[in-house]
Design a protein around this ligand. Sequence first.
Ligand code: NAP
Length: 313
Amino acid sequence: METISCDYIIVGAGSAGLASAQYAARAGLRTVVFDPLGPGGQVLQIFDLENYPGVFPAVTGSDFIDTMKKQAESFGARIVQAKIDSIDKIKNTFYVHTEIGEYSSFALLIATGAEHRMLGVPGEKELTGRGVSYCATCDGPFFRNKTVIVVGGGDSACTEALYLASISPHITLVHRKAQFRAQYAVVEKVKNDKNINVKYNTVVKEIRGNGRVQSVLLEDTETGDETDLPADAVFIFVGMKARTELFDTLPKDGAGYIVTNEKMETIVPGLYCAGDVRAKPFRQIVTAVSDGAIAAHEAAEYVKSISPSGDRA
Ligand code: NAP
Protein backbone atom coordinates (compact mmCIF):
# COMPACT_ATOMS: atom_id res chain seq x y z
CA MET A 1 0.00 0.00 0.00
CA GLU A 2 1.26 3.50 -0.83
CA THR A 3 2.61 5.64 2.04
CA ILE A 4 0.82 8.99 2.32
CA SER A 5 3.40 11.68 3.00
CA CYS A 6 2.85 14.87 4.92
CA ASP A 7 4.91 17.27 7.05
CA TYR A 8 3.39 17.06 10.51
CA ILE A 9 1.43 14.23 12.08
CA ILE A 10 -0.44 14.85 15.32
CA VAL A 11 -1.36 11.90 17.53
CA GLY A 12 -4.52 12.89 19.39
CA ALA A 13 -7.31 15.32 18.51
CA GLY A 14 -7.98 16.90 21.91
CA SER A 15 -7.50 20.61 22.51
CA ALA A 16 -3.67 20.42 22.29
CA GLY A 17 -3.76 18.45 19.02
CA LEU A 18 -6.40 20.61 17.35
CA ALA A 19 -4.69 23.86 18.35
CA SER A 20 -1.42 22.55 16.97
CA ALA A 21 -3.11 21.43 13.77
CA GLN A 22 -4.54 24.90 13.24
CA TYR A 23 -1.19 26.62 13.80
CA ALA A 24 0.77 24.11 11.72
CA ALA A 25 -1.62 24.16 8.77
CA ARG A 26 -1.70 27.94 8.87
CA ALA A 27 2.14 27.89 8.80
CA GLY A 28 1.97 25.85 5.59
CA LEU A 29 2.67 22.35 6.95
CA ARG A 30 0.74 19.48 5.43
CA THR A 31 -0.88 18.40 8.67
CA VAL A 32 -2.80 15.24 9.58
CA VAL A 33 -4.32 14.56 13.01
CA PHE A 34 -5.19 11.01 14.11
CA ASP A 35 -7.56 10.05 16.87
CA PRO A 36 -9.34 6.69 17.21
CA LEU A 37 -12.34 8.42 18.79
CA GLY A 38 -12.50 11.50 16.55
CA PRO A 39 -11.98 15.07 17.73
CA GLY A 40 -12.57 16.08 21.34
CA GLY A 41 -10.64 14.25 24.03
CA GLN A 42 -11.44 15.12 27.62
CA VAL A 43 -13.01 18.46 26.66
CA LEU A 44 -16.07 16.61 25.41
CA GLN A 45 -16.84 15.73 29.03
CA ILE A 46 -17.18 19.38 30.04
CA PHE A 47 -20.74 20.55 30.52
CA ASP A 48 -20.00 24.23 31.19
CA LEU A 49 -16.67 25.55 29.92
CA GLU A 50 -16.48 28.76 31.93
CA ASN A 51 -12.76 29.47 32.35
CA TYR A 52 -11.43 29.67 28.78
CA PRO A 53 -10.36 33.30 28.24
CA GLY A 54 -12.35 35.05 25.52
CA VAL A 55 -15.17 32.50 25.52
CA PHE A 56 -18.01 34.05 27.52
CA PRO A 57 -20.68 33.14 28.42
CA ALA A 58 -19.77 29.49 29.02
CA VAL A 59 -20.18 26.97 26.18
CA THR A 60 -20.34 23.19 26.24
CA GLY A 61 -17.11 21.25 25.64
CA SER A 62 -18.72 19.74 22.58
CA ASP A 63 -19.46 23.16 21.00
CA PHE A 64 -15.96 24.34 21.82
CA ILE A 65 -14.35 21.32 20.12
CA ASP A 66 -16.63 21.62 17.11
CA THR A 67 -15.37 25.18 16.58
CA MET A 68 -11.72 24.15 17.07
CA LYS A 69 -12.12 21.34 14.54
CA LYS A 70 -13.71 23.62 11.92
CA GLN A 71 -11.06 26.27 12.53
CA ALA A 72 -8.19 23.76 12.06
CA GLU A 73 -9.82 22.36 8.91
CA SER A 74 -10.38 25.85 7.53
CA PHE A 75 -6.57 26.21 7.32
CA GLY A 76 -6.20 22.84 5.60
CA ALA A 77 -5.53 20.39 8.46
CA ARG A 78 -6.95 16.88 7.98
CA ILE A 79 -8.52 15.13 10.93
CA VAL A 80 -8.69 11.37 10.55
CA GLN A 81 -10.53 8.99 12.85
CA ALA A 82 -8.19 5.98 12.99
CA LYS A 83 -6.08 4.07 15.47
CA ILE A 84 -2.30 4.16 15.25
CA ASP A 85 -0.65 0.77 15.75
CA SER A 86 3.00 1.80 15.82
CA ILE A 87 5.41 4.58 14.91
CA ASP A 88 9.00 4.24 13.58
CA LYS A 89 11.58 6.84 12.73
CA ILE A 90 14.05 6.17 9.90
CA LYS A 91 16.56 8.96 9.24
CA ASN A 92 14.50 12.18 9.11
CA THR A 93 11.14 10.55 8.59
CA PHE A 94 8.47 9.25 10.95
CA TYR A 95 6.44 6.31 9.63
CA VAL A 96 3.02 6.02 11.25
CA HIS A 97 1.29 2.67 10.82
CA THR A 98 -2.45 3.07 11.22
CA GLU A 99 -5.42 0.78 10.76
CA ILE A 100 -6.13 2.57 7.46
CA GLY A 101 -2.60 2.55 6.05
CA GLU A 102 0.85 4.05 6.41
CA TYR A 103 1.57 7.78 6.69
CA SER A 104 4.93 9.55 6.88
CA SER A 105 6.00 12.94 8.20
CA PHE A 106 9.07 14.98 9.12
CA ALA A 107 7.70 16.12 12.47
CA LEU A 108 5.30 14.45 14.87
CA LEU A 109 3.37 15.66 17.89
CA ILE A 110 2.32 13.50 20.83
CA ALA A 111 -0.98 14.93 22.05
CA THR A 112 -2.52 11.77 23.44
CA GLY A 113 -3.71 13.33 26.71
CA ALA A 114 -4.50 11.45 29.87
CA GLU A 115 -7.17 9.09 31.14
CA HIS A 116 -8.92 8.70 34.49
CA ARG A 117 -7.27 6.55 37.15
CA MET A 118 -9.21 3.83 38.90
CA LEU A 119 -9.67 3.90 42.65
CA GLY A 120 -8.65 0.25 43.02
CA VAL A 121 -11.23 -0.87 45.61
CA PRO A 122 -13.28 -4.08 45.65
CA GLY A 123 -16.44 -3.80 43.56
CA GLU A 124 -15.14 -0.99 41.32
CA LYS A 125 -14.27 -3.09 38.28
CA GLU A 126 -17.32 -5.35 38.52
CA LEU A 127 -19.75 -2.43 38.83
CA THR A 128 -18.21 -0.15 36.18
CA GLY A 129 -21.03 0.71 33.79
CA ARG A 130 -23.50 -0.46 36.47
CA GLY A 131 -23.38 2.68 38.57
CA VAL A 132 -19.60 3.20 38.71
CA SER A 133 -18.56 5.88 36.23
CA TYR A 134 -15.65 8.17 35.35
CA CYS A 135 -17.66 10.68 33.29
CA ALA A 136 -20.44 12.77 34.83
CA THR A 137 -21.63 14.40 31.60
CA CYS A 138 -21.85 10.98 29.94
CA ASP A 139 -23.60 9.05 32.71
CA GLY A 140 -24.97 11.68 35.11
CA PRO A 141 -28.35 12.01 33.35
CA PHE A 142 -29.05 8.33 34.17
CA PHE A 143 -29.06 9.29 37.86
CA ARG A 144 -31.42 12.28 37.92
CA ASN A 145 -32.68 12.81 41.50
CA LYS A 146 -30.79 9.69 42.61
CA THR A 147 -28.25 9.33 45.40
CA VAL A 148 -24.77 9.83 44.01
CA ILE A 149 -21.31 9.66 45.56
CA VAL A 150 -18.39 11.52 43.97
CA VAL A 151 -14.83 10.58 44.97
CA GLY A 152 -11.80 12.91 44.81
CA GLY A 153 -10.67 16.38 45.78
CA GLY A 154 -9.22 17.92 42.61
CA ASP A 155 -10.73 20.05 39.85
CA SER A 156 -12.34 17.06 38.18
CA ALA A 157 -14.13 15.80 41.30
CA CYS A 158 -15.32 19.29 42.26
CA THR A 159 -16.49 20.40 38.79
CA GLU A 160 -18.19 17.09 38.13
CA ALA A 161 -19.86 17.18 41.57
CA LEU A 162 -21.22 20.62 40.68
CA TYR A 163 -22.61 19.30 37.41
CA LEU A 164 -24.17 16.29 39.15
CA ALA A 165 -25.68 18.63 41.77
CA SER A 166 -27.57 20.34 38.94
CA ILE A 167 -29.20 16.98 38.19
CA SER A 168 -29.75 15.59 41.69
CA PRO A 169 -30.03 17.14 45.17
CA HIS A 170 -28.43 14.07 46.77
CA ILE A 171 -24.70 14.38 46.06
CA THR A 172 -22.05 13.32 48.58
CA LEU A 173 -18.49 14.35 47.75
CA VAL A 174 -15.96 12.11 49.50
CA HIS A 175 -12.40 13.37 49.87
CA ARG A 176 -9.55 11.69 51.69
CA LYS A 177 -8.07 14.93 53.04
CA ALA A 178 -9.38 17.89 55.07
CA GLN A 179 -8.85 20.30 52.15
CA PHE A 180 -9.53 20.21 48.45
CA ARG A 181 -6.77 20.68 45.95
CA ALA A 182 -9.15 22.10 43.29
CA GLN A 183 -9.02 25.76 42.27
CA TYR A 184 -10.40 28.28 44.79
CA ALA A 185 -13.41 29.40 42.70
CA VAL A 186 -14.54 25.81 42.17
CA VAL A 187 -14.11 24.88 45.83
CA GLU A 188 -16.20 27.89 46.89
CA LYS A 189 -19.00 26.82 44.56
CA VAL A 190 -18.91 23.29 46.00
CA LYS A 191 -19.06 24.60 49.56
CA ASN A 192 -22.03 26.83 48.70
CA ASP A 193 -24.01 24.23 46.79
CA LYS A 194 -26.83 22.99 49.00
CA ASN A 195 -27.13 19.80 46.95
CA ILE A 196 -23.58 18.72 47.85
CA ASN A 197 -22.69 17.17 51.19
CA VAL A 198 -18.90 17.00 51.64
CA LYS A 199 -17.28 14.24 53.68
CA TYR A 200 -13.66 15.16 54.39
CA ASN A 201 -11.04 12.73 55.75
CA THR A 202 -13.02 9.86 54.30
CA VAL A 203 -11.98 7.02 52.02
CA VAL A 204 -13.94 4.48 50.01
CA LYS A 205 -13.17 0.93 51.16
CA GLU A 206 -15.57 -0.96 48.91
CA ILE A 207 -18.33 -0.43 46.36
CA ARG A 208 -21.18 -2.82 46.98
CA GLY A 209 -24.07 -4.04 44.90
CA ASN A 210 -25.64 -6.97 43.18
CA GLY A 211 -25.56 -6.23 39.44
CA ARG A 212 -25.73 -2.46 40.15
CA VAL A 213 -24.32 -0.09 42.75
CA GLN A 214 -26.32 -0.20 45.99
CA SER A 215 -23.99 1.21 48.62
CA VAL A 216 -20.46 2.35 49.37
CA LEU A 217 -18.44 1.41 52.41
CA LEU A 218 -16.73 4.54 53.75
CA GLU A 219 -14.11 4.93 56.45
CA ASP A 220 -13.48 8.06 58.46
CA THR A 221 -9.67 8.23 58.50
CA GLU A 222 -9.57 10.14 61.78
CA THR A 223 -11.85 7.90 63.85
CA GLY A 224 -11.66 4.65 61.86
CA ASP A 225 -15.48 4.50 61.89
CA GLU A 226 -17.04 2.70 58.93
CA THR A 227 -20.38 3.59 57.31
CA ASP A 228 -22.29 1.72 54.62
CA LEU A 229 -23.82 4.60 52.67
CA PRO A 230 -26.66 3.69 50.26
CA ALA A 231 -25.99 5.01 46.73
CA ASP A 232 -27.21 4.54 43.16
CA ALA A 233 -23.98 5.67 41.52
CA VAL A 234 -20.33 6.39 42.27
CA PHE A 235 -18.38 8.84 40.11
CA ILE A 236 -14.63 8.49 40.55
CA PHE A 237 -12.16 11.34 39.87
CA VAL A 238 -8.91 10.46 41.62
CA GLY A 239 -6.45 11.81 39.09
CA MET A 240 -5.20 11.09 35.62
CA LYS A 241 -2.73 8.77 33.94
CA ALA A 242 -0.73 9.89 30.88
CA ARG A 243 -1.43 7.97 27.66
CA THR A 244 2.07 7.08 26.55
CA GLU A 245 1.74 3.51 25.22
CA LEU A 246 3.13 4.38 21.78
CA PHE A 247 6.09 6.22 23.31
CA ASP A 248 7.46 3.87 25.96
CA THR A 249 11.11 4.75 25.49
CA LEU A 250 10.83 8.53 26.00
CA PRO A 251 11.93 10.01 29.35
CA LYS A 252 9.04 10.58 31.81
CA ASP A 253 8.68 12.36 35.12
CA GLY A 254 7.93 10.46 38.34
CA ALA A 255 4.20 10.46 37.55
CA GLY A 256 4.67 9.04 34.03
CA TYR A 257 4.27 12.26 31.99
CA ILE A 258 6.57 12.85 28.98
CA VAL A 259 9.33 15.36 29.59
CA THR A 260 9.95 18.17 27.08
CA ASN A 261 11.82 21.46 27.06
CA GLU A 262 9.96 24.77 26.79
CA LYS A 263 9.79 24.37 23.00
CA MET A 264 7.79 21.15 23.51
CA GLU A 265 10.73 19.19 22.08
CA THR A 266 11.37 15.64 23.31
CA ILE A 267 14.83 14.07 23.11
CA VAL A 268 14.05 12.87 19.55
CA PRO A 269 14.59 15.49 16.82
CA GLY A 270 11.26 16.38 15.19
CA LEU A 271 9.23 14.75 17.96
CA TYR A 272 7.15 17.14 20.09
CA CYS A 273 4.73 16.65 22.96
CA ALA A 274 1.83 18.88 24.09
CA GLY A 275 -1.12 18.96 26.45
CA ASP A 276 -2.03 16.73 29.39
CA VAL A 277 0.40 13.94 28.41
CA ARG A 278 3.31 16.34 28.97
CA ALA A 279 5.08 16.84 32.32
CA LYS A 280 4.00 20.30 33.51
CA PRO A 281 2.64 22.07 36.57
CA PHE A 282 -0.85 23.14 35.40
CA ARG A 283 -3.22 21.12 33.20
CA GLN A 284 -5.91 23.27 31.63
CA ILE A 285 -7.37 23.63 28.14
CA VAL A 286 -5.65 26.98 27.88
CA THR A 287 -2.23 25.44 28.67
CA ALA A 288 -2.87 22.52 26.30
CA VAL A 289 -3.70 24.96 23.50
CA SER A 290 -0.58 26.97 24.29
CA ASP A 291 1.60 23.84 24.18
CA GLY A 292 0.04 22.89 20.84
CA ALA A 293 0.72 26.31 19.31
CA ILE A 294 4.35 26.30 20.48
CA ALA A 295 4.89 22.77 19.14
CA ALA A 296 3.48 23.76 15.74
CA HIS A 297 5.70 26.80 15.56
CA GLU A 298 8.79 24.75 16.42
CA ALA A 299 7.80 21.95 14.06
CA ALA A 300 7.42 24.43 11.19
CA GLU A 301 10.94 25.76 11.86
CA TYR A 302 12.30 22.22 12.13
CA VAL A 303 10.70 21.00 8.90
CA LYS A 304 12.04 24.06 7.09
CA SER A 305 15.52 23.41 8.52
CA ILE A 306 15.73 19.83 7.30
CA SER A 307 14.25 20.68 3.92
CA PRO A 308 14.94 24.34 3.10
CA SER A 309 14.06 23.84 -0.56
CA GLY A 310 10.48 22.93 0.30
CA ASP A 311 10.95 19.62 -1.55
CA ARG A 312 10.16 17.50 1.45
CA ALA A 313 8.61 14.38 0.00
P1 NAP B 1 -5.86 15.70 40.49
O1 NAP B 1 -5.73 17.17 40.46
O2 NAP B 1 -4.64 14.87 40.46
O3 NAP B 1 -6.69 15.34 41.80
C1 NAP B 1 -6.93 14.00 42.16
C2 NAP B 1 -7.70 13.97 43.46
O4 NAP B 1 -7.99 12.62 43.77
C3 NAP B 1 -6.89 14.55 44.65
O5 NAP B 1 -7.74 15.31 45.46
C4 NAP B 1 -6.39 13.29 45.34
O6 NAP B 1 -6.30 13.45 46.73
C5 NAP B 1 -7.50 12.31 45.07
N1 NAP B 1 -7.01 10.94 45.06
C6 NAP B 1 -5.98 10.41 44.36
N2 NAP B 1 -5.87 9.09 44.59
C7 NAP B 1 -6.85 8.78 45.47
C8 NAP B 1 -7.24 7.59 46.10
N3 NAP B 1 -6.61 6.42 45.86
N4 NAP B 1 -8.29 7.63 46.95
C9 NAP B 1 -8.94 8.78 47.17
N5 NAP B 1 -8.62 9.96 46.60
C10 NAP B 1 -7.58 9.95 45.76
O7 NAP B 1 -6.76 15.14 39.28
P2 NAP B 1 -7.99 15.80 38.49
O8 NAP B 1 -8.92 16.48 39.41
O9 NAP B 1 -8.49 14.74 37.60
O10 NAP B 1 -7.28 16.90 37.61
C11 NAP B 1 -6.24 16.53 36.68
C12 NAP B 1 -5.68 17.80 36.06
O11 NAP B 1 -6.65 18.40 35.21
C13 NAP B 1 -5.31 18.86 37.09
O12 NAP B 1 -4.16 19.51 36.64
C14 NAP B 1 -6.51 19.78 37.09
O13 NAP B 1 -6.21 21.11 37.49
C15 NAP B 1 -6.96 19.72 35.64
N6 NAP B 1 -8.42 19.98 35.52
C16 NAP B 1 -8.83 21.27 35.41
C17 NAP B 1 -10.19 21.56 35.34
C18 NAP B 1 -10.65 23.00 35.23
O14 NAP B 1 -9.86 23.88 35.18
N7 NAP B 1 -11.93 23.28 35.19
C19 NAP B 1 -11.13 20.53 35.40
C20 NAP B 1 -10.66 19.23 35.52
C21 NAP B 1 -9.30 18.96 35.59
P3 NAP B 1 -5.19 14.39 47.43
O15 NAP B 1 -5.69 15.78 47.25
O16 NAP B 1 -5.21 13.90 48.83
O17 NAP B 1 -3.91 14.10 46.73
